[in-house]
Design a protein around this ligand. Structure first.
Ligand code: PLP
Length: 376
């Protein structure tokens, strides 16, 4: 059997161990230390903005804190892109708030500004103004963030950017995650860079960052003894894992180059296949990191479904995966309101993510190419 080709697997740069070793040698084996501070600095200068960065235990924790810092409490409503991974929406439930799901548009597969405004108007008419909006930059593709931000500003609702998949992606030259009131990043094992598990919260102000760190370290008051006036969390990143992150930052742009080259590889591979479209930027305002390369399959033209292609790849030990199943179709969120039509639902039915790792070898790409050619 050929070795497995993964959708997206960890890809170390080489210097990660140096930082981890330093942490070990200096006994900073804790959720604080020089690597945590260094990793936050690295991220801050990479994002090239005035924003502040707090390193956390996961992207999910970052979304949770962003909701708390946006003032979301039990009984509130939060608008959320339906087409996403469940981690975007779960923290809404942690707060005892209700998710209101919004459909996508076809250029970016992300939240549709029209449906967003329709949702806001209708929720206000029904008696409750939503407290926050969670926009996702799916698969590294920037959302139509200027339009979405304009709506958020018009109705004075906090905007949280879920850039878990979009580190390094830009809209009109500005990095994803730095537009909204808060942005979040993920360093889970399959993301563009990894700390094995981890995340970050991007804040507009130093005060916001300090409040996030306070909440992430059990909300301890200033006192010599342990005193607490608020409920806190254990969400800080470990200094060992931040060491991996520092090494990964050194190769981030190289990894993005590889992922974008993979996207070009699939564009070339499918250029003569009627009915298969490789997902790409609709114009030069959008710069995707192409975390995952995805295609849509129009069965009426290809004569086969995405499942048939997925199974053919699997038989050759090549992993591929349907697009995220929209949240409004998930059993756990079946009672949540939804605004839109069938854009995300149809994307889910037609879409397939293909192997996209920055560590795919020439040999891997040849195997993928050969398997797909034979299948076609
Ligand atoms: C991975 C991911 C998250 C969650 O990040 P974790 O670090 O795994 O908690 C959130 N949103 C999206 C869109 C993701 O892909």
């Amino acid at each position: 059997m050929n070795s497995k080709i993964w959708l997206s697997s960890p890809h170390m740069g080489g210097n990660e161990m140096k930082y981890v070793q330093e942490a070990y040698d200096t006994n900073w084996v804790a959720p604080l230390g020089p690597n945590v501070t260094g990793f936050e600095q690295d991220l801050k200068s990479y994002l090239n903005s005035e924003n502040q960065v707090a390193a956390l235990s996961s992207g999910t924790a970052a979304i949770h804190l962003a909701l708390i810092l946006s003032g979301v409490i039990a009984g509130d409503e939060v608008l959320c892109q339906s087409m996403t991974f469940s981690a975007s929406a779960n923290p809404i439930a942690y707060q005892g708030a209700t998710p209101i799901f919004v459909d996508s548009e076809l250029d970016t597969w992300n939240m549709c500004p029209n449906y967003l405004e329709e949702a806001i108007k209708d929720r206000i008419a029904k008696g409750k103004k939503p407290k926050a909006i969670i926009v996702v930059h799916l698969y590294g593709m920037p959302a139509k963030i200027d339009q979405l931000l304009a709506i958020a500003k018009k109705y004075e609702i906090a905007l949280i950017e879920d850039a878990a998949e979009a580190l390094g992606a830009t809209y009109k030259g500005q990095k994803c995650g730095t537009f909204g009131d808060f942005g979040i990043l993920s360093f889970n094992g399959n993301k563009i860079i990894t700390t094995s598990g981890g995340g970050a919260l991007i804040c507009k102000t130093e005060a916001g960052k300090n409040k996030a760190i306070y909440l992430a370290t059990q909300a301890r008051d200033h006192a010599v003894h342990y005193q607490h006036s608020e409920i806190g969390y254990n969400y800080r990143m470990s200094n060992i894992l931040a060491g991996i992150g520092r090494g990964q930052m050194e190769v981030l742009d190289k990894h993005i180059g590889h992922r974008r080259a993979n996207n070009q590889f699939y564009k070339d591979l499918f250029k003569n296949t009627a009915g298969i479209t490789v997902f790409q930027e609709s114009n030069t305002d959008f710069y995707s990191n192409h975390w995952l390369s995805a295609i849509t399959i129009d069965e009426s033209r290809t004569g086969f479904s995405r499942e048939k292609l997925r199974e053919a790849l699997l038989k050759e030990n090549i992993e591929s995966r349907p697009l995220w199943k929209p949240m409004h179709l998930q059993p756990v969120f079946k009672d949540a309101p939804f605004y839109g039509e069938k854009v995300s639902e149809q994307l889910f039915e037609k879409g397939l993510c293909l192997p996209s790792g920055s560590n795919l070898s020439k040999n891997d790409l040849e195997r993928i190419s050969k398997t797909i050619h034979i299948f076609l």
